[in-house]
Design a binder for this molecule. Sequence first.
Ligand code: GDP
Length: 197
Amino acid sequence: LFAKPCDFYFATQKLDMLPPVGGPEVAFAGRSNVGKSSLINALTGRNRLARASSEPGRTKQLNFFNLGGDVSLVDMPGYGYAKASKQVKEDWQGLMFAYLRGRPSLNRVFLLLDARIELKKADQEAMTLLDHAAVVYQLVLTKCDQVKPAVLAAKRREVDETIRKHPAAYPFSIWTSSETGSGIPLLRAEVARLIDA
Ligand code: GDP
């Protein structure tokens, strides 16, 4: 895993056009600008990957990447655009919910949160959606290099408190920086363990 080619292979905005359910999948979700592309790049060591998914037109899609073997990484469209209309928000939630509910091969969602800022309403809504879809999700804090240790300690308590309130949230969070690489080996190990590859 991760050593093999990892290429963009499928993108869709329509549920009836998802690739057939096959091998295990892990998905990455988060507010736009949370650092999702950077994290996926750091995780896979392939710059080409997530750059592809931020090309115009692809940002609203589910992007499927092959991690080697029959394992897929799914890059979910970023949420929480300040200017997004109610309709756009509802469309996003509808697509996500339908995908999450109808994907038995989905092992876990990694939900990214920016360590520098407080939890936003859109993050709370995404967690509630995942709770309702009954998909296990693990919180991954991003940009930790930008936060002082004391602030990070307080943030950890806040995140633990949040996890306790959400039934489908995995009990342990992962704290990362795509800039320094901290937490990336742990995240990689977690993905590898999950898909048993
Ligand atoms: P996306 O919209 O979620 O895919 O976010 P990007 O990966 O494009 O990152 C958004 C911005 O945050 C970019 O300017 C990145 O350089 C920056 N960024 C992402 N990850 C980190 C990190 O770990 N540390 C720091 N300092 N900046 C980061």
